[in-house]
Ligand binder design. Structure first.
Ligand SMILES: NC(=O)c1ccc[n+]([C@@H]2O[C@H](COP(=O)([O-])OP(=O)(O)OC[C@H]3O[C@@H](n4cnc5c(N)ncnc54)[C@H](O)[C@@H]3O)[C@@H](O)[C@H]2O)c1
Length: 339
């Protein structure tokens, strides 16, 4: 039996992870820490309240003293850090917030783990990172992929803050002997994704027949992965990964943005006339593509979804959960949690 701290569990990927692991491992205990920022939605995890092996703690990672207190009180065995400011556009408007949460917040967790070393040492700290730390690849070199050996070469304040956190995690392993792993995953899609990211934006705007903004000419390529496949990978790495190692996770599904938008509109029976091209994002990465051979070979990870199956299921989820989107758009979701 292990006691887990899961940070950022009210967000998109963290909430899907909790839904996966809380039922899969009834012998383990899961404590979800989340500050419920604008991107944290308590409705995503409200249904877990009745599970005996789950609890929620409303806390900001940047509150160092409270984080330390929580560690002293709970004696965690395993920490999985999903919490982050995650939207590239916001990082261009407010880079400092990204450094505070993503780098300093991560350091608060690492320091809290260190302070517990003599009392109740953790057996694993896992950092959920992103392929964006590798920068981007050219559009005309489909042969190139990011491997775990690819140098970090970030473009946005978001990816730079994630890379800074990764470097700190590795430094705490090398210098202080913390048992750490890092996963770097490509672009996720699936249920509970905040409607600021491409796929839920397209679906929510198409539902209302509103114009759909597409950066530049929509040529930027991302490697899309269903959030469940990401979380299967995180679970394998947390339990079986080797200390001090980085593992890439990718969807083997490279698509450019305009293809994604048109696929969704076609499946929803909506007109492509809704597409509106807007000025490109500054520093916009061209192409991400991941080589996940290491985690496949060493830990037996494999994809369970094709992109076609995953996107169809995801569109249906948003169509069947329009109340979930409306609740966010109206701001009502902020009242879902009462301290
Ligand atoms: N979305 C993707 O495609 C993707 C891909 C690869 C990696 N990642 C990484 O996965 C993780 C989760 O991403 P997501 O898309 O679910 O993000 P999200 O924005 O949907 O969720 C982030 C969660 O973290 C919480 N949070 C933010 N700041 C906090 C703080 N200071 N203290 C405590 N909680 C805080 C928010 O309330 C929210 O619940 C992030 O670390 C992100 O960098 C995301």
């Amino acid at each position: 039996m292990s006691k887990f701290l899961i940070t950022g569990g009210a967000g998109f990927i963290g909430s899907n992870y909790l839904h996966y692991v809380v039922d899969k491992y009834p012998e383990d205990e899961f404590i979800c820490l989340d500050a419920l920022t604008y991107a944290g939605n308590y409705n995503n995890i409200k249904d877990l309240e009745d599970r005996k092996n789950y609890r929620f703690v409303h806390l900001n990672l940047c509150d160092k003293e409270k984080v330390d207190e929580l560690f002293q009180k709970e004696n965690f065995d395993i920490v999985v850090n999903f919490a982050a400011e995650s939207h590239v556009d916001n990082s261009i408007k407010n880079p400092n917030l990204f450094a505070e949460t993503n780098i300093l917040g991560t350091m608060n967790l690492l320091n809290a783990c260190l302070k517990m070393k003599e009392v109740h040492p953790i057996t694993r700290y896992h950092q959920v990172s992103t392929d964006e730390v590798y920068g981007d690849l050219p559009l005309d070199r489909p042969d190139l992929l990011f491997t775990e050996e690819t140098p970090l070469h970030t473009s946005s304040p978001y990816s730079s803050s994630k890379a800074g956190a990764d470097l700190m995690v590795m430094a705490y392993h090398r210098t202080f002997g913390l048992p750490v792993t890092i996963s770097r995953c490509s672009n996720n899609y699936g249920p509970y994704q905040f409607p600021e990211k491409l796929i839920p934006v397209v679906i929510s705007k198409a539902l209302k027949n509103e114009p759909i903004p597409v950066y530049g000419k929509g040529e930027n390529v991302r490697d899309w992965i269903h959030v469940h496949d990401h979380n299967i990978g995180v679970d394998l790495i947390v339990r079986n990964g080797k200390n001090g190692e980085v593992y890439n996770l990718g969807g083997h599904s490279e698509r450019n943005n305009i293809t994604i938008v048109k696929t969704i509109l076609n499946q929803m029976g909506k007109s492509e006339d809704l597409i509106t091209y807007v000025t490109d994002r500054p520093g916009h990465d061209l192409r991400y593509a991941i080589d996940s051979t290491k985690v496949e070979r060493e830990l037996g990870w494999k994809l369970s979804y094709t992109f076609e199956e995953g996107i169809k299921e995801t569109i249906n989820w948003y169509l069947n959960n329009q109340e979930w989107i409306d609740n966010i758009l109206s701001g009502d979701y902020k009242n879902a949690y009462k301290d």
